[in-house]
Design a protein around this ligand. Sequence first.
Ligand code: SF4
Length: 281
Amino acid sequence: MSAQEQLTKLPLEAKSPFELRVNLGRSVPESDVRTALATGDMGFLHSFTTGSTVDGPGVRVVAWTTGCQFRCLYCHNPDTWTMSNGIPVTLDRATVELRKYRSGLKVMSGGFTLSGGEPLMQDRFAVKLLSAAQAMGIHTALDTNGSLGERLTDAELERIDLVLLDIKSWDPERHRQLTGMEVGPVLDFARRLAASKRPMWVRFVLVPGWTNQPENVAQIAKFTASLGNVERVDVLPFHQLGRFKWKELRLDYRLADVQPPALEVVEQACAQFRAEGLKAY
Ligand code: SF4
């Protein structure tokens, strides 16, 4: 069996995205990768997971893409940074996989979430897979860092029933230190979604010493409330579950000594969002 054929046999489903997966797409020729990115007929996925209740409304099937241009210091899935770590999956295979869950997802008022990594690194594949899901009557959500939002046309945004937008920090310098990238395009995408009244949830990771400053939370809360299209805010406490991946990948993990925030600190951040009239959990 050729290396390519073996890849088509690899199981897509993982128990959780915390499974470490590396180099699964390394044998795909560069020209095939370029064609895949241009056409969206093939994508690179870390895995599919089922039964999520935290990645959108109801119970969700989540496809985790590989490839991300951010380098968040707290990232719990750094194996998704590199596209070639993912399994090459044709659009047909991903669609067949999704179809298996169609009836169950409807019963559980759930849907399909495309997450990563950063799914818009593979924007053509993302659009085609989300469109296929929507055409099956499955609720669709995109979990994104937002900075590549300009890759989607307004018509393509209609294929996404809900955008889960991560806002990582308000302060531009702190955002750069935390992610290696600019916050401006993220906020621009949020404004665009608001202008076109697309449903949106905001996700905010509370990292002690990095994002928990009351002023930072207050500014994000104020901005989020001003948009008018945000249905809910998820305040996600920093955790250490991905620490082993940084070690395995020989990456410099700078947050090794950071403790998860105390419950009252998380509650305080939620209260700041609620004070702006938002639903926060
Ligand atoms: S945007 Fe997400 S996947 Fe990318 S580095 Fe940050 S936390 Fe990790």
